[in-house]
Design a protein around this ligand. Structure first.
Ligand code: GLU
Length: 283
């Protein structure tokens, strides 16, 4: 059975791009007689706000969607810690204390998420007392898994190329937010029984990393559906631009959410907004 999901982070209100994503996942599940899940990605303790999660539910209902809610990320910290421990015990993680500025300075190439970490700390001496982020040794991980493939319903068969993003952080230095997005989302999708990961093209490069993590942690491999993005006049991924109303603003102003949802389904977009792959847009 097809199980899809919408996984918003409650650190800002939902906008039209989120509505498009939720509708895409919902409709894929319904068309296949499957299940559509909502998962609140509230791992970022400092920035997550529970009242926003409440507004998200009201937004989805307003759009006319039906969903099953699965446990939020904040309930799964122990599972993330256990997975990180396993990878650490297998010698696949190393501590890193570089600041963003140091990485920007040392980086030799740009990846999908900005400067690619050049591996500065890979062989550095480590005082276990000092707080550190833990990075995945991608080259070593790939040596152990061999070549990996994944399948996107729109883009077709892909060879996993996690090296494009460098040695990503799996455990953050910040004790309040122990797991990174990559680790948390991979574990959650497996725990929730997701068979079709539906999300925007901006996260296409992240899937290379998730496929590698699935192989390392022995998790089932879903299919992916990376949908096109709503882009603004400058071709950038739609974000909550100055003056562009959030879904909650529209809902509270009395707009009909089901009509809006049907317009998005039919590709009838507000003026200035287009649908595109947005591949040049940093995630
Ligand atoms: N929580 C992520 C976001 O709001 C989405 C994660 C995903 O769909 O994999 O951008």
């Amino acid at each position: 059975m097809t199980v899809t999901r919408f996984a918003p982070s409650p650190n800002g209100p939902l906008h039209l791009g989120h509505a498009y994503s939720a509708i895409a996942a919902h409709d894929l599940a319904k068309a296949r007689g499957g299940r559509f899940l909502l998962r609140i990605e509230d791992i970022d303790g400092a920035r997550s706000r529970s009242e926003l999660a409440e507004a998200f539910r009201a937004d989805l209902e307003w759009l006319g969607l039906e969903w099953e809610e699965v446990p939020a990320q904040s309930t799964r910290l122990a599972a993330y810690a256990a997975a990180a421990e396993r990878l650490r015990a297998e010698g696949l993680l190393y501590p890193c204390r570089c600041t963003r500025a140091e990485i920007a300075e040392a980086a030799r190439e740009m990846g999908p998420d900005g400067p690619v970490y050049p591996g500065t700390c890979r062989d550095a001496a480590f005082d276990p007392q000092d707080p550190a982020a833990w990075r995945l040794d991608v080259a070593e991980a790939l040596r152990r898994t061999g070549t990996l493939a994944w399948f996107d319903e729109r883009a077709g068969e892909q060879q996993a190329r996690p090296e494009l993003g460098g040695d990503v952080v799996l455990v953050r230095k910040d004790a309040e937010t122990p797991a990174s997005y990559h680790l948390a989302v991979t574990i959650d999708d497996a725990a929730d029984g997701v068979t079709l990961v539906t999300r925007g093209m901006d996260l296409f490069p992240a899937t290379h990393v998730h496929r590698l993590l699935q192989a390392l942690l022995g998790l089932p491999v879903p299919a992916w559906h990376h949908h096109p993005l709503l882009l603004d006049e400058t071709g950038q991924k739609l974000a909550k631009r100055r003056g562009s109303p959030s879904l909650a603003d529209r809902r509270l102003a009395g707009e009909d959410g089901r009509t809006l949802a049907n317009s998005l389904r039919q590709g009838r977009l507000p003026s200035g907004i287009t649908l595109g792959e947005g591949l040049d847009t940093p995630a």
